[in-house]
Design a protein around this ligand. Structure first.
Ligand code: UD1
Ligand code: CA
Length: 467
């Protein structure tokens, strides 16, 4: 079957009071229009047209070539918006699913149900409806004496009796494609908002004796249209609960789902435990048997199996199996850790590759470095990677030992198994198997501590007397 999709995304969304165009506001890390397009991708539509207007360039640069675009220069209503797709789609035979870009909670399952009803009944149009206790602001489904859909009336055009109707228009439909565009050309703007309403297509089809069906979804929240930030927060909460439920069903333990924030595209392996306060973002992938959190803030990172992350921030990092991170570590873009690595408290890693079994246990900065296997960095050891002009590389080969508080002034290379004595400032390469020490030799002055004390006491006395 030839399925097409149309997504309306041209509105500015005045009620959002935002510089950002409405459909680009994110729900669980993904722009609303991205959720809607994803639903159509799951349905494997052959063509999908997104109608853009306000913020067209921003919407296009986000969606890229996942879809085709139609431009609506002036926002004259939802019907007018669909009409802009006419040049692209009018000659297609098949079924067109129409979704609004501001309705991010819809699932492909619900749309599939609507399509099933549509095909079973041989309908020209099927509208997804829902029952709301408080339908204020939404289009109402008017049914005739036989209970069949007759038309849709917008809130602002409702009579007092119509306002009492609790069955609403979700803004999601499927149409026989040719009938949609034929009927659209008959839509007029003689209503309170002087807009061309897509919803009028329903009445037009009914009047020409076409079959129009309604699929009333049992899960009304899926139809939530986001017009303001209150609804945006509601959508976020609903989506989050859905995402979290999905992970739990897949075998992930969430200690407190209400306090766990996982964005839409994150994947997590079975038997991983996520503690509260964790925020998992972007394209993060976490393997099995991990222990994540409390308070892990992980974005666009890939973690192997058995990884532990406590009270730490990871951005664009790669972490091998059984590696442990934190508490209070910071992995920045380009941090690539092997297996069984230990990154301890107050350690920052940036653009550095650390092979298996490396230990950086406390208070270190490692930037622009390549570190071999089984290297140990003592407390406070750092790479000095930046001279104010250029970033320079530090190389440390397998089994080397870097003592506490060592400064490795890049560019510099520490050979295999070399030993760098604590407190050294290393400016020259150290060969394989060598020991390097680079610090002042210590001088002890016997009894001088007491001398020093009396000297200072006398000075203090003198300055008091002087006052
Ligand atoms: C619309 C429906 C209403 C339904 C509600 C569900 C119409 C006339 N009304 O009302 O029956 O209950 O959705 O949420 O369809 N858009 C354009 N170009 C335009 C106008 C709108 O692209 O000229 C886009 C918007 O960006 C938005 C979508 O269409 O994504 C819906 O528009 P909106 O103004 O929010 O319609 P509602 O008043 O919510
Ligand atoms: Ca809306």
């Amino acid at each position: 079957m030839n399925i097409m999709g149309i997504v309306l995304a041209a509105g500015q969304g005045k009620r959002m009071k935002s510089k950002l165009y409405k459909v680009l506001h994110k729900v669980c890390g993904k722009p609303m229009v991205g959720h809607v397009v994803h639903v159509l991708e799951q349905l494997q539509t052959r063509r999908t047209v997104v109608v853009v207007g306000h913020g067209a360039e921003a919407v296009k640069s986000y969606l890229g070539d996942r879809v085709e675009y139609a431009m609506q220069e002036q926002q004259l209503g939802t019907g007018h918006a669909v009409l802009q797709a006419k040049d692209l789609l009018a000659n297609e035979d098949g079924l067109t699913v129409l979704l609004y870009g501001d309705t991010p909670l819809v699932t492909s399952e619900a749309v599939q149900e609507m399509i099933r009803v549509h095909q079973e009944k041989g309908a020209a149009a099927t509208v997804m409806t829902a029952i709301f206790d408080n339908p204020f602001g939404l289009g109402r489904i008017i049914r005739d004496e036989n209970g069949r859909v007759a038309r849709i009336v917008e809130q602002k055009d409702c009579t007092p009796e119509e306002r009492e109707i609790k069955e609403i228009n979700s803004g999601m439909y499927c149409f026989d494609n040719r009938k949609l565009f034929e009927a659209l050309s008959q839509v007029k703007n003689d209503n309170s908002q002087q807009e061309y309403y897509l919803t009028d297509v329903i009445g037009i089809l009914v009047n020409q004796n076409d079959i129009v069906e309604a699929y009333c979804t049992p899960d009304a929240i899926e139809t939530l249209g986001v017009n303001d930030r209150v609804a945006l927060a509601e959508a976020e909460q609903q989506m989050r609960a859905r995402i979290n439920r999905g992970h739990m069903v897949n075998g992930v333990t969430l200690i407190d789902p209400a306090n766990t924030y996982i964005e839409a595209d994150v994947t997590i392996g079975a038997d991983t435990i996520v503690y509260p306060g964790s925020v998992l973002k972007g394209n993060t992938v976490i393997g099995e048997d991990g222990v994540i959190g409390p308070n892990a803030d992980i974005a666009d990172s890939t973690l192997g199996c058995g990884v532990q992350v406590k009270h730490s921030v990871l951005t664009e990092a790669e972490v091998g199996d059984d590696t442990s991170i934190g508490p209070y570590a910071y992995l920045r873009p380009g941090a690539k850790l092997g297996a069984n690595v230990k990154i301890g408290d107050f350690v920052e890693i940036k653009n550095a590759t650390l092979a298996d079994d490396v230990k950086v246990s406390h208070l270190s900065y490692i930037g622009d470095a390549v570190v071999g296997r089984n290297v140990n960095f003592g407390c406070g050891a750092i790479t000095v990677n930046y001279d104010g002009f250029n970033k320079q590389l530090t190389e440390v080969e397998d089994d080397a030992f870097i003592g506490s508080n060592v400064n490795l002034i890049a560019p510099v290379k520490i050979g295999k198994g070399a030993y760098v004595v604590a407190g050294s400032t290393i400016t020259r390469d150290v060969e394989e198997g060598d020991m390097a020490i680079a610090r002042e030799r210590q001088v002890n002055k016997p009894g001088y501590a007491d001398k020093l004390r009396s000297k200072f006491a006398a000075k203090k006395q003198a300055s008091k007397a002087g006052k």
